[in-house]
Design a protein around this ligand. Structure first.
Ligand SMILES: Cc1ncc(COP(=O)(O)O)c(C=O)c1O
Length: 356
C-alpha cells in the first residue's frame, strides 16, 4: 500500500551500471560508501543489490549502527566505519566483525585503556593530509603508532586519507600535495588495503598508490563536481502527484506570508511535498515537470505541501517530477546553491522509496 503520493524511485540497475563504468576507469576494487542511508537511496537495498558485484570488496558507513544493521541483514563483506565510534561500542565492533577508523594516537590510547577483550580491534588508520578533519596529521604520530602498537590489541588492515579538493580543477595543486603527502607517509609500510580515491579522485585523477577506491556519489550516478554527466546514470528520481487544481483571480496571494501574488487569473496546483520531506523552502521559484512542461513553485514551500502555477491542461492526479529524467540533481543543486549530496541525503523517511 502506498499511503501518500510522494515517492522516490531508486533504479538499482543504474547503480550497477555506474559501478561498471567506474571500475573500467580505475581497474581497482571498490569500497561502496553507503553511509547516510546510501546518500538517501536506502542502504540496505543498495547493499543487497551490489554485494555480489565482483568489484565491491567492502562497504563504508558512518556509524557503528549502520554497520551492525548491515550485518543483521546478512551482509558478509568487510565493513569500515569511517567516523569515530564511542569507546563503549568497541566490543560491538568485535562481535560483528566491523573495522574501525583509527585516527589519532590519543584514540588508540583510549581504546587500550577501555577495551578488555582478547580479539584484536580491526582498524584502518586515517591519515590527515589536508582535510583537517579526523586523522593522524604528522609523520611522527603515524610512525610512533606503527612502530609501537600492540598486535594483540590492534589488527591494522588498512590505511587511508581523504581529499579536500579532488572535485575542483582549480585546486589541483592542493590535491597533488595531499596525494604526495599520503604516498610519502605510507612509503615504508605494507598494508592489506590502501585507499584514498573518492568519486572525484576516481573520475578526475590517476592513482598509482592505492589498491582500493572509495566510491560514493558517482555510484548513485551523480557527477562529484556537480556537472551534468552523460557518463553515469542518475539512480534516483522523485515524484509526487497533483492533489488539487484551483483557479484564482488576478491579485490573489498564495501560501504563508502571501509572498506570491497572481498577476492575472491563474491555475494553481497543490502537491503533497514540503520541507518535512526534505524539500526545503529555498525551492520556492524553482520549477517542477508535469506532462511535458516546466511549471514554477509559487508561494512558500509549506511543511507538507506546496503550490505550483500551472495551466488549464494540468489536472488532479497528474504526475509531478521533482527531479529525475527532466530535472537532474546537478541542475537542482546548482539552482539551490548546494550540492546533489545534500538534496538526496535530506529526503526524509516519509518519502517512500521504491526499487527497480
Ligand atoms: C572518508 C570518505 N571517503 C569517501 C567518501 C565518498 O565520497 P564521494 O561521495 O564524493 O565519492 C566520503 C564521503 O563523504 C568520505 O567521507
Amino acid at each position: 500500500m502506498q499511503y501518500r503520493e510522494t515517492y522516490a524511485i531508486v533504479d538499482l540497475e543504474k547503480i550497477k551500471y555506474n559501478l561498471d563504468v567506474l571500475y573500467k576507469k580505475t581497474q581497482k576494487p571498490m569500497m561502496a560508501i553507503i553511509k547516510a542511508n546510501a546518500y538517501g537511496h536506502g542502504y540496505q537495498q543498495v547493499a543487497h543489490a551490489i554485494k555480489d558485484n565482483p568489484h565491491i570488496s567492502m562497504f563504508g558507513v558512518a556509524t557503528i549502527k549502520e554497520a551492525i544493521d548491515l550485518r543483521k541483514q546478512g551482509i558478509k563483506q568487510d565493513i569500515l566505519v569511517l567516523g569515530a565510534i564511542p569507546l563503549e561500542d568497541i566490543q560491538l565492533a568485535i562481535d560483528y566483525h566491523i573495522s574501525l577508523t583509527l585516527f589519532s594516537l590519543e584514540y588508540a590510547k583510549e581504546i587500550e585503556d577501555h577495551y578488555r577483550g582478547t580479539t584484536p580491534v580491526q582498524v584502518h588508520i586515517k591519515l590527515d593530509t589536508g582535510m583537517n578533519r579526523i586523522g593522524m596529521k604528522s609523520e611522527e604520530e603515524f610512525n610512533s603508532f606503527m612502530e609501537s602498537y600492540n598486535p594483540h590489541l590492534f589488527q591494522v588492515d588498512g590505511v587511508f586519507t581523504h581529499f579536500a579538493t579532488a572535485d575542483d580543477e582549480s585546486q589541483d595543486d592542493t590535491f597533488t600535495k595531499q596525494y604526495e603527502q599520503f604516498r610519502l607517509m605510507i612509503d615504508s609500510y605494507t598494508f592489506k588495503y590502501v585507499h584514498c580515491q573518492n568519486s572525484a579522485g576516481m573520475m578526475y585523477h590517476e592513482d598509482k598508490v592505492c589498491n582500493l577506491s572509495r566510491v560514493g556519489i558517482a555510484m548513485y550516478g551523480v557527477d562529484p563536481a556537480g556537472q551534468e554527466c552523460e557518463e553515469l546514470k542518475q539512480a534516483m528520481s522523485l515524484y509526487t502527484k497533483v492533489a488539487m487544481v484551483k483557479r484564482i483571480k488576478a491579485g490573489e496571494k498564495i501560501g504563508y506570508g502571501h509572498t506570491y501574488q497572481a498577476s492575472q487569473d491563474e491555475y494553481i496546483a497543490t502537491v503533497p511535498i514540503g520541507y518535512a520531506d526534505g524539500f526545503i523552502r529555498a525551492n520556492q521559484g524553482r520549477h517542477v515537470f508535469i506532462r511535458g512542461s516546466y511549471y514554477p513553485i509559487v508561494g512558500r514551500v509549506c511543511m507538507d505541501q506546496m503550490m505550483i502555477r500551472v495551466d488549464e491542461t494540468i489536472k488532479t492526479h497528474d504526475l509531478v517530477e521533482i527531479f529525475g529524467e527532466n530535472i537532474s540533481l546537478a541542475t537542482m543543486a546548482r539552482e539551490l546553491n548546494t550540492i546533489p549530496y545534500e538534496i538526496t541525503c535530506l529526503l526524509s523517511e516519509r518519502v517512500e522509496r521504491f526499487y527497480k
